[in-house]
Design a binder for this molecule. Sequence first.
Ligand code: PGA
Length: 254
Amino acid sequence: MNASRLRPLIAGNWKMNGSRAQTEALIADLRGRAASQPDLADLLVCPPAAYLMQAAKLLDGSAIALGAQDCHTRQSGAHTGDLSAAMLVDCGCRYAILGHSERRADHGETNELVAAKAKAAHEAGLIAIVCVGETEAERDRGATLDVISAQLEGSVPADADAAGLVIAYEPVWAIGTGRTPTPEDVAAVHTHIRSLLKAWFKDGAEMRILYGGSVKASNAATLMHVAEVNGALVGGASLKGEEFWAIALAAAGG
Ligand code: PGA
């Protein structure tokens, strides 16, 4: 069972999906469900940047938080196409997902860059969700815990605290594939992450550690009650209100 029982955070990473109409429909659906059980869990939606302002208006007055999927290392300047953490705060964001494996792969984001982004997020008052996870080849050769240690050490700023940092463990091979690690494997990685956070930070016991990678309604009850799992970073299933809500119910129950 989950020894730490931190309040779960259920975060929806919409990735590059949706439209204005879908943003409106999904948030209306979620607001309706959340209104009936407001204290269930911390809920977060991270739509594409193009829809953040719209989403902020739609979420106004609700407890559902808004997050971005990235931010720049600087707060302003000559960086065409980029968005700063300060701008995201100005648009109503409370969180930013940083160092997602798709950004590490598609945009060559290194641990150093992710750490700099997390620092910028912290300075602007955003909560950073720093993502780590091994590839299938790394798992197969037994390197999972070493890879996770190195990613965490490189991507998490030294002055992080529990109020401003969330870790998401997302095995690369489990993202969007329908495959998930066993509960024992998830427990081994989350327990490892917890021990590092406790060793590095005064409040390391309070930092939330999310699991991500093919979380859906049917496996959420199992995954969300693994030791040291404090919520989920949900991709595909976050685009369906009913699935996302079922994950939140599973995380809150038991
Ligand atoms: P998935 O994505 O739930 O579609 O596997 C998770 C993520 O990439 O955050």
